[in-house]
Each structure stands twice: as structure tokens, then as C-alpha cells.
Design a protein around this ligand. Structure first.
Ligand code: PLP
Length: 484
């Protein structure tokens, strides 16, 4: 094995790849015992941590099994069932959807402090106010509440949403709206209706993981757009548009998932200029708009759009009632009936009961007060997470200070173990997070997703956050071979 010590690729990665290649070519057949980490480190003239990290990565990817005391053996990849994390077979299985299911399950395990799911804090959901709203509509409307609803949505809720949007600078008639079962359905509806095999869609990199899953296998090419800490760089678009002739650009300009980036006003205007000049359709996902913590974000693209190039999606999952599954979209007039027809083939309507109860809740004027309480609790939780990370994370780790949304986006030291390797140790120690690679299109790991992780800072009270981050730091140390 020869190592390129002058190159930029970390040594552990070179070791890992050399061993993986030998296993794949049959040079190291199943059940071959690998040299102990100490011995190989001495032979190669590297630190033992480097070899431990390489072995951990190989174990995480199902190449070898590592038993303390017995050593590391090459696995028969045709027959081995790769063990951890529970419920998943191999990293190839870590698509966003099944990892998401796993994360939801994990979040309910009492022994795990999970920072993984993209959900708002359960302890702050408005149980009493919503119970009142549900009771009121059941009493007022009787069995109609339990009937099918209209495809477009419950008309009084359409009116209430139009009023809320007007307060956010978005002028729409209720008839331009379409209510869906959650924002994810609105996104899937647009993507599946407007895109065809052979089309290209532009996305942020990293992006909302489930959108990648919606597009997977659809024959639609996914083209990342260069982004910085302020989101998509509009100047990069004209070249990409000329090269790929994309059908649309999907983005979350406000408190993006996973990075938390919030696009400044001037950049929003530049982006809309490019869209108008090149006739580019923009799919704007605004689910985190209400969750600002320091200052209200700039107006949405849709509010600034003067040329009708923006399809706008939003919903009530992140800021109010994730389980009620109420999302919506606003589309340019010529697309509305196409999308409404497609919606009918997905599910006739979003839940009539929840649409009516939500409308009652909004009519009673409770939403604004709820948001104030949420922001105040989330500020404390953000503070707890930032302080805990500063106290516990290894040198070389870096993370964002989100101005809103739900997430801290953390980068582990690039010369240490990957996020998926740390994940396995983290589960053992009772903490979970969302590995960053899920937010990158397949095949783009070299851009950095392998060492990123997403931490939802809103889910737990400050003391639990502090304990969880300590466990995470310990998991990193274990994965790096620094403690047993
Ligand atoms: C950017 C983004 N859009 C949409 C959604 C889905 O929201 P909903 O629960 O309303 O389907 C999420 C949830 O994580 C998200 O992060």
C-alpha cells in the first residue's frame, strides 16, 4: 500500500480505499483477518487513530467486521447482513426515506436523545387550544367534518391562508391556492406533474433530503447550483441554465434545511431577475418562514416576484401542527388547474377535519401568540446548543449559528471519522442526528457531505441538549479511536 502524503486526500481515506479495493477485487477474500491497527499503523508509518478510522469506515460500509479482542475480518459481502444501526441493512439503504423512518422511530426511544428529525418541539405543540378548535368545529358542523372535502381545500381556510399571505406581502386570491396533505405533498405534486424523464431540475447543495427521494428514479437529472452561506449564488445560474436548460429551480431561501442559510434581499432580487430573463420557473419552499429568532427574514421570492415565475409552497407543520398534515401551494394561473387535477389523483383532499379545525384556530387569533412562545423557547434552546457545542466539540469542527429554522449544521474535522461512522457510535451512546450526506445528491460526497451532520436544536429543553451534545462528542472520540 503506498500513501500519497503530499496530496489533499486524508490518509485514513487512502487506507480505507486501498483495503476496500483489495476486498472487491478478491485480493482479500472473505474471512481474511486484517492486521491489528497498531501493527498496520507501524508498518505504514501513520498514527494509530488513522488506521482505526479507516477500519471504522470499512466496518460502517459493510466491508469488514470488527470485534474487540478478536480482530477485524473481511466480510462476505454477498451474504453478510450488516448489523447496525437497527433496522437498516447497509449504507446503500440509507436513502432519505428509510433513514427518515428510522429517525422518527429513534426519536421516540426514551434512551436516545435525538437531534435527528425535522420536526418542531413536541412539548410546545398547542394541545389545549387545538382541542378547543376541534371540539368547536365538531359541534358546529357535525358529520360534514368527517366527509370528503374539495380538491382545492376548505374554502374558509383558503381565505384565511390568503389573509396570512397578504400579511407576508404575497397577494393571492383564495382561488389561486391549493391545500395539500403537508408541504411535502405540495412539492411532490409540483415536481411529479411538471417534470418529465430527461428534464433537469436545479437544486441547492445541500438540499431538503426528501426532495431528492421524490426525484430518485424519475429520470429527472438533478443539477446542484453553487451556494454559499447566503444560499444560491444567482451569478452561477446563467451558465447552468445555458448548459442544462433546466425545467425549474427548487430552493428554500429562508432558513434552509439543512444549512439554515437565509438569502438576503438583494440576492433574492438578483435571483428573480435571472429567472425573468431566462424564463426559469422557481419552486420556493417557505416552510421555515415563521421560525425566525433574531429578525424577520426578507420578503419571500413570491412576494417580490413581478413576472409570475414563482410557485410558492408552505404549510403548518414546522410552526404549528405537523400531525395535521396541512400544506399548500400558490401557482401561476396557467398551472393551477393542472396541479389541482393531479392532486385529485393523489388523495381527494387534505383532512377536512383538520382543515376546519385549523381555520377555527386561526380565526380565534391564536397563531401569533403561539409563534411568540415558540420563538422564545427556541432562542433558549439554540443558545444551549451553541454553548454545548463550543464546550464539547473537537478542534477543527465548525457549525452554523442559525438565525431561525430548526437546525444547526455541523462539520466534523475532515481528517477524522465520517458522520456515518460517528452515527453508529452515537446510537450506542444514546444520541442521534441526521447524517449530512442525505442532503447531497448521490455521487457528490466529495463536496463535503460525508463529514456534515444536522442537529435539530429545538426538540429538547436546554439541560437535555447539553447531555446530548456531550454524548455526541464522546461518540466522535470513540469513532476516532481516542477512547474505548
Ligand atoms: C424544506 C422542507 N420542506 C418541506 C418539508 C415537509 O413539510 P411537511 O411536514 O409540511 O410535509 C420539510 C420537512 O422537513 C422541509 O424541511
Amino acid at each position: 500500500m503506498t500513501l500519497d502524503r503530499a496530496g489533499r486526500r486524508p490518509l485514513y481515506e487512502q487506507i480505507k480505499e486501498a483495503i476496500a479495493a483489495a476486498i472487491e477485487s478478491g485480493g482479500l477474500p472473505p474471512l481474511t483477518k486484517l492486521p491489528p491497527t497498531r501493527t498496520l499503523a507501524r508498518q505504514l508509518g501513520v498514527d494509530r487513530v488513522t488506521v482505526v478510522t479507516a477500519y471504522n469506515e470499512l466496518a460502517a460500509e459493510g466491508y469488514i467486521s470488527a470485534h474487540v479482542g478478536r480482530g477485524s475480518f473481511v466480510l462476505d459481502r454477498a451474504t453478510s447482513s450488516w448489523a447496525a444501526p437497527p433496522g437498516l441493512r447497509a449504507p446503500a439503504d440509507w436513502t432519505a426515506h428509510n433513514l427518515n423512518r428510522e429517525m422518527m422511530r429513534m426519536a421516540r426511544r426514551p434512551d436516545i436523545i435525538s437531534f435527528a428529525p425535522g420536526m418542531p418541539a413536541t412539548d410546545l405543540l398547542p394541545v389545549d387550544a387545538y382541542r378547543l378548535a376541534l371540539n368547536r368545529v365538531l359541534r358546529r358542523d357535525g358529520p360534514e367534518v368527517l366527509q370528503y372535502g374539495l380538491v382545492e381545500g376548505y374554502p374558509p381556510l383558503l381565505t384565511a391562508i390568503a389573509a396570512e399571505l397578504a400579511a407576508m406581502g404575497i397577494e393571492v386570491e383564495p382561488g389561486q391556492l391549493l391545500i395539500t396533505s403537508g408541504t411535502e405533498q405540495a412539492l411532490a405534486l409540483v415536481l411529479r406533474t411538471l417534470l418529465h424523464p430527461g428534464d433537469t431540475v436545479l437544486i441547492e447543495q445541500p438540499t431538503y433530503a426528501l426532495v431528492l427521494d421524490v426525484l430518485a428514479g424519475s429520470g429527472v437529472a438533478v443539477q446542484p447550483v453553487p451556494c454559499d452561506e447566503n444560499g444560491v449564488i444567482p451569478g452561477a445560474l446563467p451558465d447552468l441554465i445555458a448548459r442544462c436548460q433546466p425545467r425549474l429551480l427548487y430552493l428554500t431561501p429562508t432558513f434552509q434545511n439543512p444549512t439554515g442559510a437565509c438569502m438576503p434581499l438583494a440576492r433574492r432580487q438578483q435571483l428573480l431577475d435571472v429567472a425573468a430573463r431566462h424564463d426559469l420557473l422557481v419552486l420556493e419552499d417557505d416552510v421555515y418562514a415563521h421560525l425566525w429568532l433574531d429578525a424577520a427574514p426578507p420578503p419571500s421570492l413570491r412576494a417580490l416576484d413581478r413576472t409570475d415565475h414563482v410557485i410558492y409552497t408552505n404549510g403548518y407543520s414546522k410552526c404549528l401542527l405537523p400531525g395535521a398534515r396541512i400544506g399548500y401551494l400558490v401557482a401561476p394561473a396557467h398551472l393551477h388547474s393542472l396541479l389541482a387535477t393531479a392532486h385529485q389523483t393523489l388523495d381527494v383532499s387534505a383532512s377536512e377535519l383538520h382543515q376546519r379545525a385549523l381555520e377555527m384556530y386561526l380565526r380565534e387569533g391564536r397563531f401569533a401568540g403561539h409563534l411568540v412562545r415558540l420563538r422564545s423557547a427556541y432562542r433558549q434552546r439554540r443558545q444551549a446548543m451553541l454553548e454545548s457545542l463550543a464546550a464539547a466539540m473537537p478542534a477543527g469542527a465548525a457549525w452554523t449559528r442559525p438565525g431561525g429554522g430548526l437546525y444547526c449544521w455541523l462539520q466534523l474535522p475532515l481528517d477524522g471519522p465520517s458522520a456515518t461512522t460517528v452515527y453508529l457510535h452515537a446510537l450506542d451512546l444514546g444520541v442521534a442526528f441526521a447524517p449530512g450526506h442525505l442532503s447531497f445528491p448521490p455521487g457528490t460526497l466529495e463536496t463535503g457531505g460525508s463529514h456534515h451532520l444536522r442537529l435539530n436544536f429545538t426538540l429538547h429543553p436546554p439541560a437535555t441538549i447539553a447531555t446530548g451534545i456531550l454524548r455526541l462528542a464522546r461518540a466522535w472520540q470513540q469513532a476516532a479511536g481516542l477512547r474505548g
